[in-house]
Design a protein around this ligand. Structure first.
Ligand SMILES: CC1=C(/C=C/C(C)=C/C=C/C(C)=C/C=O)C(C)(C)CCC1
Length: 351
């Protein structure tokens, strides 16, 4: 096929939301939403230990390797000097986040919550850009609102609908560094929750309403439907299960759909491609193992630096709190470098 033919195929695919991963992401969240709504109507509660296990399996086994893949895919064909700068900036941000966490644990946990929202929100918007399209989002503030609504669903909605678990685990996360450190702020929890409820409700209504006024159409319908699905999912499904399965079943599945939709683009020198020649298997293995070692080295460093890595609580709740802090530490550079500062390409690059 000619280059022009290929380009037009790619363009046609660019605004295609037919990839099965997209349907799978919507169906899986909807199925969980219906199952948990039914269970709660029938008075059935999923044991708390099981919820923590689901969170850990989702976040450790499914979410972490996907984060590595996103960077691998982004850096694979980049100029080697760029790759080193990227890695150096990544490590510097991680160090900065850990320092903040140790010096001011409440601010550190607030940043962790912000990172989770930014990752979900910006990712959601980028997938929409590349698949369904975003014709109804015509201004920058409107795009930010769209990202805010998708990201806010991940943390603000659970804060409103599952306040007990939210508070317990926020306190545990702060407690990794300073046991009891969240206690002085506990009196403001009710007001924060009310603010989150009002603010999120208004943002959701404004986002859906503005999108309709600014063009409506199919992209608006998909965006509004997905935003409402996310808000309802996080309102109904218990927060540990909801967050633990959102990242693999929504965020990662949709990033895969986006990657497949936008296709490949050879950038720069073919020599730069990390898995480009006959030693493919060996190099790919080496790179992935090196990535795994580096990630677990960061994990060991955070575990060693934090005074109470398991929050002075049991193994399961301690592991949930520790993992949430750790994954946020590695996700901050993911958002800031991989997505915001890497303007030339980045993890959300569309050729
Ligand atoms: C505050 C809080 C939580 C925080 C989770 C966080 C901060 C997760 C971050 C995930 C990231 C950044 C994933 C990136 O891929 C829990 C454990 C859900 C329980 C409820 C209270």
């Amino acid at each position: 096929m000619s280059a022009i033919g290929l380009r037009s195929v790619r363009r046609r695919f660019l605004h295609s939301d037919a990839h099965p991963s997209l349907a799978l992401s919507r169906l899986s969240l909807l199925a969980l939403l219906v199952a948990f709504a039914g269970a709660s109507a029938a008075g059935i509660e999923v044991p708390f230990a099981a919820q923590m296990v689901v969170y850990l399996v989702g976040m450790v086994a499914l979410n972490l390797p996907h984060g590595g893949y996103e960077h691998f895919e982004n850096l694979r064909r980049r100029r080697p000097s760029f790759r080193w700068r990227y890695v150096a900036a990544y490590l510097a941000l991680i160090a900065g986040f850990v320092a903040l966490l140790l010096a001011a644990p409440v601010a550190g946990v607030a940043l962790a919550i912000g990172v989770a929202m930014a990752k979900g929100g910006l990712g959601g918007l980028s997938v929409l850009d590349a698949t369904t399209g975003t014709d109804h989002l015509q201004t920058r503030p409107q795009r930010l609102l769209a990202a805010g609504v998708r990201g806010g669903a991940v943390m603000l909605v659970p804060l409103v609908f599952h306040p007990g678990t939210f508070h317990t685990f926020s306190a545990l996360m702060v407690g990794l560094v300073e046991p009891g450190g969240l206690a002085p702020y506990a009196e403001h929890f009710g007001a924060t929750r009310a603010l989150a409820a009002g603010g999120y409700g208004l943002a959701l209504a404004a986002h859906v309403g503005l999108g309709y006024v600014r063009g409506g159409g199919r992209s608006w319908l998909v965006d509004a439907g997905e935003s409402l699905l996310l808000a309802s999912y996080f309102a109904v499904v218990p927060v540990l299960v909801a967050v633990g399965l959102y990242f693999p079943f929504w965020y990662s599945a949709r990033q895969v759909a986006r990657t497949v939709t936008v296709g490949d683009d050879d950038v720069g020198d073919p020599e730069w491609d990390l898995i480009g020649d006959s030693r493919v298997a060996l190099r790919a293995w080496g790179v992935l193992v090196a990535g795994a070692f580096a990630t677990f080295a960061v994990l060991a460093a955070v575990y060693w630096l934090v005074p109470n890595p398991l929050g002075n609580s049991g193994l399961l709740p301690g592991a949930v709190a520790f993992w949430s802090v750790f994954i946020s530490v590695v996700a901050l550079p993911h958002v800031v470098i991989g997505s915001l500062l890497d303007t030339e390409r980045g993890i959300w690059y569309v050729p």
